[in-house]
Every structure is written in structure tokens, then in C-alpha cells.
Design a binder for this molecule. Structure first.
Ligand SMILES: *Cc1c(COP(=O)(O)O)cnc(C)c1O
Length: 394
């Protein structure tokens, strides 16, 4: 699909894996006469729920929408505090602002870069209502420790599982608990519907989130306009417009049917990177604890201090010159203007997130990348580090 000549030699960061099955199922949805939320969305919810073992599932137009609805469904609002990680995407924290609550950022564990339960405990106040746990890069957060804290202090847990399909913690799939858990199907994520998300949790909370996801109507459009529908509806809350379309659900169903093979390829690429970089003294490969199954969404490589004079930025430039796209996950929330100014954060308030942010680079990872492309990435990274080591030794 690389029609663009100028892109011919570029190793893209996270190209979507889209095949004939996806294309024909979306076309079929278009031709079916029902394009927005309908039977395909219902089937996608069912199949996805089955796959992760969720009590109930609600398809949405983004993971951000799911996180927002989770907080609204839990009645989190002004005067409340929600504890979350500073090392996450803006959406995780923006939704806390959207409901008028106060985000309380905490630092991460140095190995997994997940929310540190000890720091969460110290951040709990009488106003704390929820812990918003991010499963960073696909490695589940320490859920036993976070659940124990939540139970002791009467807090809800919301999981940002944008990276965590299909991750498991002590043999339990992320999304299978009664916690509200939000998955992302954004274009770069492990399973994509171009844009989309899925909220899982107890059927009681998912029922409430479903009502909130479609204007707060007492029944959805499909029920209203379908064969057995009626014209009557009732607004029971000023809700949102967060529903998924059947076009997206068709794409999601096709992706889900091939998901295991695609994940197998992610595991292969991850293992290739690990094998190539584990023995390089200046590099730190991602950690995977024995208690978890890692979803292998991001391959976050860390440079050791002094590995390159120009540090991580120099590595990114070096790779870019060789046509290799990379990214950084994430610029910590407390460094962004809005949060820095509103809450008066200093960069060193969260020293572990800051230090790791400065040393990290996310390498290309997608089932759509070839072995040759992966070999080019490995060669690019090792040549940068080894060339420097050789120069330094001379
Ligand atoms: C991608 C991502 C989101 C947002 O997902 P959308 O589906 O684009 O709303 C939220 N949190 C994290 C950690 C993400 O990486």
C-alpha cells in the first residue's frame, strides 16, 4: 500500500495491519443499509466481551470517551480527587478535568513505568474517589496492591487499558474484572477500528454508561428506529454522543477474528528486539514481570546515562536519518503547560517519570512491519550506540 515513492524507504512507527477481510466486511456494512450503531456493534460488544471475559461491554467512539463515561458513571465530580500516573497520554488526565475533579499525579515504578502503589497510598486524602491505573506499554499495573488500597479506602478503580489488549494479570485478562476498563481502537493500537473504544465492567455500571453514551436517552437509536422500535424516548440525563458505528464495528470484528495471529507477530518482533538489545551495555530493554502477560503494544527502549552525548534525542535523529520513525511515550503530564500552570508542578516533582522520559524511545512495532524493516531498526539502534562506544574508546 506504499504508493508514495518518498515513503518507500521509511520504516513507519505503527502502520495498521489491514487486509482483505477488513475491507470486505466494512464494505458489507456500508451496503447493509444500517451504518451507525446497530447489529454489528452489538455483535462486536459480545465477541469482545467474550474474548477478555468481561461481565459487560460497551462499544464507543474512543477510549477517551470510555474514560470520561467511567468517571461520570461513578459520579466523580467537583471536589473529588482522582489519582493517576504522570507518565500517560493527555486523555487519561483531561477526562478528570472534564468532570470537574482534581487529578492527583503520582510517580511511576522505575522498572515497569506503571503507577507506583506506595506513592498512590501516600497521595490518598479524604477527597480521593478513584484510582485511574494505566497499563503502560501493555504491562499491567500492580492490580493486587492497587485493589487492596481501593478496598481499604473505599475507592473505585478505573483502568486505562489503551495499551492492554490482550494483557493479563495473574492469569486474569485485563477487562475481566468489575472495574470500569477502557480500551482504545485508535489507528496505532493493537486492534483498530480507525477510531474507537470499548468500556468493560459490571453490567450495572455498563448499563449506566450506555445510557450516558447516547444523549442520556432511555433507549438507543437502533431500538428506536429498528423494526420493533417506537418513536418515544425520554432524556434521563444530559448525556454525550459517544456511540460506535456499525462501519467501525465491522472493522473491529474482522480485526478480532485475526487478532491472535497478529499478536503472535508482535511477540516475535518484541523477542527479536530483546535478543538484539539485551546484551548491549548502554541499553535497557522493557521489563516483563512473571505475574503478567504483556500485550506488547509499545517497545520502549531506554538508553543508560551517558550512552550517547546527545542522549535520546541524538538516537532519534540518527534513526530518522536512516528513515526509521520512532516516538516517545510519554511527555509526562506535569510538564505540559496547562497542568504545570494550574497545579504549579516542577519537572523534578516526579523524578522517576522525568528521568525515564529523557532516556526513552519507542521503536517501530506493528504486525505490518517486515523482518527486513525490523532488522533495519536493530541495525540503526546498535550502530548508533556501538559507533559512539568505539569513538569513545579510541
Ligand atoms: C491512545 C491512548 C488513549 C486514548 O485513546 P483514544 O481511543 O484515542 O481516545 C488513552 N490513554 C492512553 C494511555 C493511550 O495510549
Amino acid at each position: 500500500m506504499d504508493g508514495d515513492q518518498s515513503n518507500q524507504n521509511v520504516v513507519r512507527f505503527a502502520p495498521p495491519a489491514i487486509g482483505e477481510a477488513e475491507i470486505s466486511q466494512v464494505v458489507e456494512a456500508l451496503a447493509s443499509g444500517w451504518i451507525t450503531t446497530g447489529p454489528k456493534t452489538a455483535l462486536f460488544e459480545h465477541r469482545f466481551g467474550e474474548y477478555v471475559g468481561a461481565p459487560a461491554a460497551l462499544a464507543l467512539n474512543s477510549c477517551t470517551a470510555g474514560l470520561h463515561l467511567a468517571l461520570v458513571a461513578l459520579d466523580v465530580g467537583p471536589g473529588d480527587e482522582v489519582i493517576t500516573s504522570t507518565l500517560t497520554f493527555a486523555a487519561t488526565v483531561n477526562v478528570i478535568e472534564h468532570v470537574g475533579a482534581r487529578p492527583v499525579l503520582v510517580d511511576v515504578e522505575p522498572d515497569t513505568l506503571n503507577l507506583d502503589p506506595c506513592r498512590v497510598e501516600r497521595a490518598i486524602t479524604p477527597r480521593t474517589r478513584a484510582i485511574l491505573a494505566v497499563h503502560y506499554a501493555g504491562h499491567p499495573a500492580d492490580m493486587d496492591a492497587l485493589t487492596a488500597l481501593a478496598q481499604r479506602h473505599g475507592l473505585a478503580i478505573v483502568e486505562d487499558a489503551a495499551h492492554a489488549l490482550p494483557a493479563a494479570y495473574r492469569g486474569r485478562r485485563v477487562g475481566s474484572s468489575a472495574n470500569l476498563t477502557s480500551f482504545s481502537f485508535y489507528a496505532t493500537k493493537n486492534l483498530t477500528t480507525a477510531e474507537g473504544g470499548m468500556l468493560t465492567g459490571s453490567s450495572e455500571l455498563i448499563d449506566r454508561a450506555r445510557m450516558l453514551s447516547l444523549h442520556g436517552l432511555s433507549r438507543n437509536a437502533w431500538n428506536r428506529y429498528g423494526a420493533e422500535g417506537a418513536w418515544f424516548y425520554d432524556v434521563v440525563h444530559p448525556g454525550f454522543k459517544y456511540n460506535m458505528t456499525d462501519m467501525q464495528a465491522a472493522l473491529g470484528l474482522a480485526q478480532l477474528a485475526q487478532f491472535e495471529q497478529r499478536q503472535q507477530r508482535r511477540r516475535e518482533v518484541f523477542a527479536r528486539y530483546d535478543a538484539a538489545f539485551a546484551a548491549v551495555a548502554d541499553l535497557e530493554t522493557p521489563v516483563c514481570r512473571a505475574s503478567v502477560d504483556h500485550a506488547r503494544h509499545l517497545y520502549v527502549l531506554r538508553l543508560k546515562d551517558g550512552a550517547l552525548p546527545g542522549g535520546r534525542d541524538e538516537l532519534i535523529r540518527w534513526l530518522k536519518q536512516r528513515g526509521i520513525c520512532t516516538s516517545v511515550h510519554f511527555i509526562p503530564i506535569h510538564l505540559h503547560t496547562y497542568y504545570r500552570e494550574k497545579y504549579g508542578y516542577e519537572p523534578h516533582d516526579f523524578p522517576i517519570a522525568l528521568d525515564n522520559y529523557l532516556r526513552m524511545v519507542s521503536l517501530p512495532l506493528s504486525p505490518a512491519l517486515t523482518n527486513e524493516e525490523i532488522a533495519r531498526v536493530i541495525d540503526g539502534v546498535t550502530s548508533a550506540v556501538v559507533a559512539r562506544a568505539t569513538l569513545a574508546a579510541a
